[in-house]
Structure formats: structure tokens, C-alpha cells
Ligand binder design. Structure first.
Ligand code: ZN
Length: 181
């Protein structure tokens, strides 16, 4: 989702206007009308995993908006003071309560339209029992043919699943960097 425009200065609380700063910057920024602070807005990272068990992949049914009731890989916004792999592991614990061994980075997907970069690691499940948190209605393991393709929450998840099963059929997992426009 696109973030809402900044309305008020985070330093002094006065109104901001979107304008070209005086320093030669070529993009309009949120500039405080009072203290002149420039509020820069930059993309956010979403980090997650492809947890696999034999020929199956673990999906979580979302208990939160957006896309309530749709299926997703465990993933969420990276936090400050963590690495991408730590964030991916944290989300997998929080959303699925899974036991796993984190593996290589599998997909990096730019989504410039919403200012996000999504990163998914492969994760080898060590157990097929799960303890999902409040963000998840249900966890389930799916073979490629069982995947509910029409009920996948996000295009980045769908693309990652498609690439994962294609690599699985080829017997060779590669790193994939793609853009979704
Ligand atoms: Zn201000």
C-alpha cells in the first residue's frame, strides 16, 4: 500500500507542503512551512520465507487486513535493528510458529509503484506442526497443484511461488531478482 502523504512536521508539528527543496534536489519533498525541515520518504523492505516440507510449501491464511482471508507466505515489514534474514525468520515464527532452518535468499522483488522491496528466503521446515499467531487464521502445507492460486494475497507471493515450483521441477534453486510494475 502507498503510504499517506505527510501532513505535519515531525519536529515542530507545523504544516508541510510538497515542494522542490532549495538544495538542487529534483524531487518534491515534504518541507515544513515553519522550521523548513525536509522529510524524506524512502521505500520499505518486506521480508519473508518460502517454508518447504518435501514437495509442499507452507502458506498462512491472513487474519488481518489488507487481504483478510487470503493466503500468503509468512512475511512482513522489516524492523529497525535487524537484518533481512533476521526479519524473515521473525515473521515466520510470528505468523506460522514454524520450526525451520533458514536457507539462501531466493527472490528480490522491486515494487516501485508502492515503494517496497520484497525479499524471500527459502526455509527448510524441521517439523510439520505449526503454532500460528494472531495474524494467521490457519496454516497449511500445499503441493504445487493444491496451491489456491486465485486466493493468493499479494503478487510478490504469487511470483515467488511460481519461481519456486519452477526451480523445484528443474531441480535447481536460483536467486531471482525481478520487478513488478
Ligand atoms: Zn517544522
Amino acid at each position: 500500500m502507498l503510504r499517506a502523504p505527510i501532513q505535519h512536521c515531525r519536529h515542530c508539528g507545523s504544516k508541510v507542503t510538497y515542494q522542490l527543496p532549495d538544495d538542487g534536489d529534483t524531487r518534491e519533498r515534504a518541507v515544513c512551512t515553519d522550521c523548513k525541515t525536509i522529510h524524506y520518504e524512502n521505500p520499505l523492505n518486506v521480508v519473508g520465507t518460502v517454508p518447504h516440507w518435501g514437495d509442499k510449501v507452507l502458506l498462512c491464511k491472513r487474519n488481518i487486513e489488507p487481504r483478510w482471508g487470503k493466503w500468503t507466505l509468512p512475511a512482513g515489514f522489516m524492523e529497525l535493528n535487524e537484518t533481512t534474514s533476521e526479519g524473515a525468520a521473525r515473521e515466520t515464527v510470528e505468523e506460522a510458529g514454524a520450526l525451520f532452518e533458514l536457507q539462501n535468499l531466493f527472490s528480490l522483488i522491486n515494487v516501485p509503484r508502492v515503494g517496497q522491496v520484497h525479499l524471500f528466503y527459502r526455509a527448510r521446515l524441521l517439523s510439520d506442526t505449526f503454532d500460528p499467531g494472531f495474524e494467521t487464521l490457519e496454516t497449511r502445507l500445499f503441493t504445487e497443484h493444491e496451491i489456491p492460486w486465485d486466493d493468493i494475497a499479494f503478487r510478490t507471493v504469487r511470483a515467488t511461488l511460481e519461481m519456486y515450483f519452477a526451480d523445484r521441477r528443474a531441480g535447481n534453486y536460483q536467486f531471482h531478482a525481478i520487478d513488478i510494475t
